[in-house]
Design a protein. Structure first.
Length: 257
């Protein structure tokens, strides 16, 4: 198993070593506070940070990448800027049209549970914060492994249900139950939440996917870490119970055998 090796703060140039520092975490969470009011700033910051992190595991120049559930294409844009050939697969037409009302030419409409791609057809299968939105997370992960070529990389990151933002816009009321949180949001705002528990959002846990990884004979674990937190917080993913709350967002980096 390798470690993150190279890491860096949001917005740094590709030549800057990528370090998972406390300052980086503060910058990410500061940008996160503007997700609703300035999504371009938040998602652009996160995309730059993520691509820098991904580059620490594998070269991107010339790589064929599929961005699963990438919606309006913030990650895809940064991946292409890094030299990758990237296609976004998303099941939600509205998400694909979110930025300018048009579906990008490099996007494909399709489900993460049944990807419209050939087996072993990509160098990198990438997904950021999508797994908690599918009813069968193991199946999505299996599909990501399937479409990746032998020797290729799977980058799978998702928000944990018991983390402070596990209920997304219904947080922190999700701690009293997902359905309660959704109903409370509906009463307050007069509409259902975009991330509606049991429909478009599910209780994803670290334990579930860590167990899944252990059952796989077709991948090697490259890294498992709390995506947004400093390197020194990495051991938290090995502490049952506590990891579900503190990890916030779990990142699995796998290499297909």
């Amino acid at each position: 198993m390798s470690n993150t090796g190279l890491t860096g703060a949001p917005g740094h140039s590709p030549a800057t070593p990528f370090r998972a520092t406390l300052g980086r975490s503060v910058a990410l969470f500061s940008a996160f506070r503007k997700e609703q009011t300035d999504p371009d700033h938040f998602y652009g910051t996160l995309a730059r940070d993520t691509v820098a992190q991904l580059r620490s595991y594998t070269p991107l120049d010339g790589a064929v990448v599929v961005d699963i559930g990438g919606g309006p294409g913030y990650f895809s844009d940064e991946l292409r800027a890094a030299g990758a050939h990237c296609v976004c697969v998303d099941a939600d037409v509205d998400e694909l049209r979110l930025r300018d009302g048009h579906i990008p030419d490099t996007a494909v409409l399709g489900s993460a549970l049944d990807m419209p791609m050939r087996t072993g057809s990509v160098d990198i299968c990438f997904s950021s914060n999508v797994l908690e939105h599918v009813p069968q997370p193991e199946r999505m992960a299996e599909e990501m492994v399937r479409v990746t070529r032998p020797g290729g990389l799977v980058y799978l990151s998702y928000t944990l249900w018991l983390s402070p933002w596990g209920g997304h816009e219904t947080s922190p009321w999700h701690y009293l139950g997902g359905r309660y949180a959704a109903e409370r949001f509906t009463r307050k705002h007069g509409r259902r939440p975009k991330n509606d528990f049991g429909s478009t959002m599910f209780a994803a846990s670290a334990a579930q996917m860590l167990t899944w990884v252990k059952t796989r004979t077709d991948v090697d674990v490259v890294d498992i870490l709390p995506r947004y937190l400093p390197t020194w917080m990495k051991p938290i993913v090995h502490i049952p119970g506590l990891r579900e709350i503190v990890t916030w967002n779990l990142l699995l980096v796998l290499r297909k055998r």
